[in-house]
Design a binder for this molecule. Structure first.
Ligand code: M6R
Length: 605
């Protein structure tokens, strides 16, 4: 979604701002803009691609500026609504991420005061109120505090002043970090944009404001109380984010899965004891014995990983577990048991729906552990404990390697839990052995992925695609459907295989493509029933099955994956679904990495 980048230093700001925006591009946007201080506040913005905006950007001098990528919420995708927004006297410029809920009322107040508004956005009010206060003699900090006391909603806000050599920032519900270079400072909503300049950063917390000049950042609470802020170290793995020889980030990230899973599990498996150790998820044995249940919360792909985690926890640790759609979690005033364990799962660590569920659980007295990819992200910090999944940067909007590592981390956790309870050492060792083999199996599958092109032929012109799976393959079916839908724009439906006859079967007609995930896992025979029911009505079956399994004969297109133990099959069966989605989107000529209307990190509820 919206992104912010700022620079205060000694180099040409506009070039760095454009570079920073390009690093934010993967998050999804519809317009972009920059403003640089150079005698006046020179601003340039446009709809469409950053590269197009940048190619018509006049040469702007100046070494201090702020920039933005917008993902429309209030007001259409127009140049006027793009950020930055400038006060009418040209002395204050702002960029804003988030939503101001009482903006209508504040816009009316400004109009009554005779201020002409230049956009339909909720964000523009900031620059006008600040500018009026400056005209009345308030300091920039006083003016910022004053406008923040008027607004309700969420903000990651940067303010640039014509008459001052610093940028003021504020954060409430929308991330903002400040990175320190050598006599230069960077501001961004995403560590990814800063990583190439520095690995030293300060992450603002909700309710904080900051003054950033070319040498340092001063952080304070909104009421002016000073805050002791220390620089975090961005982990090394956050660096490798270039496309290299790949045409798209999605394909690159699909192929990185063997290595990223290796990162996630290496050093955490204890083969001799048949267990694993996740430092951030160590729970005292006596608390474990009393755990009433575990709840796992996430959105989209993270939700599907949570659904798999639920099954793994119940199977291996025999603790009741349930997964929840984060965006629904708070809707019905959930009952929270403070003795229960809660896991918030998120790649970005910024998903507003998940964050809001975390806060609700904490408000009601329980702990939440984060299972997060982005180091130092809001959810990771809000939880204060948990594990990083170590996928490295994921830039394609369609999540692939983060799914694999979420499932990998949850498998490690389930094994650790199981071994602290009833799981035998022998069983634990065989699970650990299989987990260790997974990266190599992923690698070998991706080297020889089977008849993906034939599957693409079946789905690419179809009205809709049905995905079926049973047991632990049911969330894999959901994940495959989500992927194909989000990048190929084909309506997809995912159902537990046994549920198909209770409704979705009505959709099946001659040649309807049905993707079936059917590893040899003990429930396969009943998945077969669903396959026969589809075939009897003319459906074409794309079957994902284990190598050497005679079930292959039943598929119209059969895609073999390496065999493993049933509970780990999602880590292999998801791979062909990712490739089918990728190839289909490509064949249909879509922008694979930046599908329409979607954002990489969804920071609004
Ligand atoms: O960053 P998160 O894991 O919290 O994101 C959750 C969803 O927005 C995300 O998984 C989304 O569904 C992806 N585009 C799926 O490919």
């Amino acid at each position: 979604m919206c992104g912010i980048f700022g620079y205060i230093g000694h180099r040409n700001a506009s070039k760095l701002l454009v570079k920073g925006l390009l690093r934010l591009e993967y998050r999804g946007y519809d317009s972009s803009g920059v403003v640089v201080k150079n005698g006046t506040l020179e601003s340039f913005k446009d709809i469409g691609k950053i590269s197009e905006m940048a190619s018509s950007l006049p040469s702007l001098q100046g070494s201090i500026g702020i920039a933005h990528t917008r993902w429309a919420t209030h007001g259409a995708v127009t140049r006027e609504n793009a950020h930055p927004h400038l006060s009418n006297d040209g002395k204050v410029a702002i960029v804003h991420n988030g939503i101001i809920q009482n903006s209508e009322m504040l816009r009316k107040r400004l109009k009554k005061l005779g201020v002409s508004l230049n956009s339909e956005t909720d964000s523009e009010i900031f620059c006008h109120f600040i500018s009026m206060d400056l005209q009345e003699g308030k300091t920039p900090m006083e003016a910022l505090r004053n406008v923040l006391s008027m607004v309700r909603g969420t903000w990651g806000l940067c303010v640039l002043f014509l008459e001052y050599d610093f940028v003021l920032c504020a954060r409430n519900g929308s991330p903002l970090i400040v990175g320190r270079g050598k006599n230069e400072m960077f501001i961004s909503s995403d560590p990814h944009a800063i990583r190439e300049h520095t690995d030293q950063l300060v992450a603002l917390e909700d309710g904080q404001i900051a003054k950033v000049d070319s040498r340092d950042v001063q952080v304070m609470q909104i009421d002016g109380r000073a805050v002791e802020s220390s620089y975090l170290n961005l982990e090394e793995e956050w660096g490798e984010s270039e496309l290299g020889d790949y045409p798209h980030f999605m394909l690159k990230e699909i192929h990185e899965q063997a290595q990223s899973l290796q990162h996630c599990i290496s050093g955490r498996l204890r083969h001799a004891e048949g267990t694993s150790v996740l430092g951030g998820l160590q729970i005292e044995p006596h608390n474990l014995a009393q755990l009433p249940h575990i709840r796992l919360i996430g959105c989209g792909t993270a939700l599907h990983a949570a659904q798999i985690g639920q099954i793994l926890i119940e199977q291996w640790a025999r603790i009741p577990a349930v997964s929840h759609v984060a965006s629904e979690f708070n809707a019905n005033d959930p009952v929270i048991n403070p003795d229960a364990l809660h896991l918030a799962i998120s790649q970005s660590g910024e998903t507003a729906d998940t964050l809001s569920a975390v806060k609700e659980i904490q408000r009601k007295g329980a702990d939440v552990y984060g299972v997060v990819n982005v180091v130092g992200s809001t959810i990771a910090r809000q939880c204060g404990k948990g594990v990083y999944i170590h996928s490295g940067p994921e830039q394609s909007v369609a999540s692939t390697k983060a799914f694999t590592n979420m499932v990998g981390a949850l498998a490690l956790f389930s094994l650790q839990l199981g071994r602290s309870r009833h799981l035998s050492k022998t069983k634990g060792k065989s699970i650990a052995r299989e987990m260790r083999k997974l990266p190599e199996k992923i690698r070998s599958y991706l080297e020889n992925p089977g008849p993906i092109d034939e599957a693409v032929e079946l789905v690419m012109q179809s009205k809709s695609v049905l995905f079926l799976g049973r047991g632990i393959s049911s969330p894999v079916a959901s994940e495959g459907a989500l992927k194909l839908m989000e990048i190929a724009y084909i309506p997809c439906l995912a159902y537990p295989a046994g549920e198909m006859k209770h409704g979705p079967i009505a959709l099946i007609e001659q040649d309807s493509p049905v993707v079936v995930i059917a590893p040899n896992d003990g429930v396969q025979d009943r998945t077969m029933n669903a396959i026969h029911e589809c075939k009897a009505r003319g459906a074409k079956i794309i079957l994902i099955h284990e190598e050497g399994d005679p079930i292959a004969e039943i598929g119209d297109v059969s895609i073999p994956i390496p065999a493993t133990i049933p509970m780990l099959t999602p880590l292999l069966s998801v791979l062909p679904t990712q490739l089918i989605a990728y190839q289909t989107a490509l064949s249909l000529g879509h922008d694979v990495d930046r599908p329409r209307n979607l954002a990489k990190s969804v920071t609004v509820e």
